[in-house]
Design a protein around this ligand. Structure first.
Ligand code: ZN
Length: 296
């Protein structure tokens, strides 16, 4: 439990199975904050470590700092999309050999759901015939945003939410938190390790998130107009829908159990459950929140 990273057991065994000899191209998919990028970094270190693991060697530290030449990160320009020009530059770079002989070059494409179809097609050739000693890892919250031709070239690993109690214990041990604080942060992060780490290390962020989850219950109260406005605010705040839905589900469960407005409570509970399925399927937060505002 004191490990640097914590994933759902299925996710962890899929990650552990990656070696220099396995498939060349992967897609890590799961909610925002589920630790996909941390996992890609960890994988790059593991495949290149001078000491066969751990993160204390010179090379692992270079990778962690982002100044290791054979760890290529492609992410949306101006925080919007990964452009076709970026993919062309990447392809040109990949035509050269890796800098370090004997290592594994890792290409990370973050927010792959922002790749347009032209950019995806430009990437396809590299995925079909990967350069030697090169691994691709695409990260996405939405598998559906990728073309079938691209997806069929990728081994998919799903970053499932971690059980709250496991996450709380891990936080407690790794961040020296009191059990009650760890439990609260784990609940707020709804099983996503990336978000849990941020909550544990960034108190301003934690305060903002606590406020947002309070607002989540506002999705149940007020007029339709109020609820739609709130849905828009929640989307813009970029909170993982799972976090809001988790809060809602807890509150509604209490309503149903207490017997107050039982029928309404059950109907709302179902609406939130179906929103959760949409969120797990990678549907855009805007769609999920707007739909909830109407259905609740
Ligand atoms: Zn190392």
């Amino acid at each position: 439990v004191t490990s640097r990273l914590l994933f759902h057991s299925r996710t962890a065994s899929a990650l552990d199975a990656i070696t220099p000899d396995t498939a060349a191209s992967y897609i890590f998919h799961g909610p925002k904050g589920s630790g996909k990028r941390m996992a890609a970094l960890d994988l790059t270190q593991r495949l290149n470590c001078e000491q066969g693991g751990g993160d204390q060697c010179h090379r692992c530290q270079q990778i962690a700092r982002g100044n290791y030449a054979d760890f290529i990160v492609v992410e949306p320009e101006d925080k919007t999309i990964v452009t076709i020009e970026q993919i062309r530059r990447l392809t040109a770079e990949l035509s050269l050999s890796p800098y370090r002989a004997g290592g594994i070059r890792l290409v990370l494409i973050d927010q792959a759901e922002t790749l347009g179809s032209e950019a995806q097609n430009a990437l396809l050739k590299s995925l079909e015939e990967p350069p030697p000693k090169t691994r691709f890892v695409l990260l996405t919250t939405s598998l559906d945003a990728l073309l079938i031709t691209v997806r069929s070239r990728l081994a998919a690993i799903y970053f499932a939410p971690i059980a709250q109690s496991n996450l709380a214990t891990w936080l407690e041990l790794n961040y020296q938190l009191k059990p009650v604080t760890a439990e609260q942060l784990a609940g707020e992060a709804a099983g996503t390790i990336g978000m849990a780490v941020r909550l544990a290390t960034d108190s301003a962020y934690a305060a903002t998130q606590a406020e947002l989850t309070n607002q989540a219950t506002g999705l149940v109260d007020g007029t339709l107009y109020d609820r739609l406005l709130l849905a828009r605010r929640l989307t813009e705040a970029k909170t993982p829908p799972q976090v809001i839905l988790d809060r809602l589900q807890r509150r509604l469960a209490t309503d149903v159990l207490s017997g107050a407005q039982r029928e309404v409570g059950e109907r709302r509970f179902k609406a939130v459950a179906s929103a959760r399925r949409l969120a797990e399927g990678g549907v855009m937060p805007r769609v999920i929140f707007d739909r909830l505002a109407v259905e609740l």
